[in-house]
Write a protein that binds this ligand. Sequence first.
Ligand SMILES: [Mn+2]
Length: 331
Amino acid sequence: MNKKDLEIAKQKILDRIKNSDNFAILVSDPDEDAIGSGLAMEEILVQLGKQVKLFSSFEVDQYKYLPHNSRFIIKDITTIDYSDFKTLIVLDAGEIYRLYNQVKHPEQFVFPPDTFVINIDHHPDNPLFGSIDYVPSSIASSAGELLYDIFKDEIDITKTIATNLLAAIIGDTGCFRYSNTSPHTLNVASKLISYKAQHRMIINKVYYDHNFTIVKKTINVLQNIEIKTISKYTFAYVVLDNEKETVEQMRHEILRSIKEINFYIVLKRKGEKRTKISFRSKDTAISKIAELLGGGGHPESAGVIVDFPPDVALEKIEELLRTHKLKKFTY
Ligand SMILES: [Mn+2]
């Protein structure tokens, strides 16, 4: 959606909110963006005098440090009675399946046909499943940045809203390191800090707040990093087994820091036959491979869940790397 479409969508969203009540907010599988933007959205609606419930299908304990985190109702969103709500707001979900546990629900969930859905997301390949969609085709760092754009003139940006939105932006930009950090992102962050967002608290909690045992486990898992060259591409990969609980951020940092590679792959075993594959790239548009496997994403960050165990998934990836040419990007 271009700037003009977004402006129209923004107006429709504001009108709908003004003339509606009984909202449910649903957020994507948890990260700082999903959780921070969910919490900010909840506070915005409360401030506007609306009834609202905030749902997550997943546990959110890891994000306890975010203001108002206890507002989350943990409930499998495929089991909600949507007739209780006039308007649904879906945040940060590039696909509807991001809202629930796909291993528990391999069949695709759809909202009941009469549900009014506001879909606010920053993944450009979002299938626009909403009654109103707000999805820029140009780069936006996070759902949090979009919420700021939509609501900045409508509400008081409290310290807690500012903190939740800044956490969303810091999370999805890797603390302003990824290419989704635009001049606008930095402007929004600057405004949020002027509204007293607790940026040092966020950074400490996101990057430097890991349980010792989990840090040890992460180091153990990383012992299994491998590096491979297939046609013109050199990549690192690591396989994570179900039971291994590790520090995701630290894993990414270490994998990305390897000088020799173009990209890296994390293969997470999901039950007997499924694998969640995450691709992160330094200079090669890896989303092509994710797409060929049925997933999607951005050139430097993409993913897919496949119905093979990790070793087979890796063979498929290697086969695709032999037969397809990937675009390069520069930074
Ligand atoms: Mn996001």
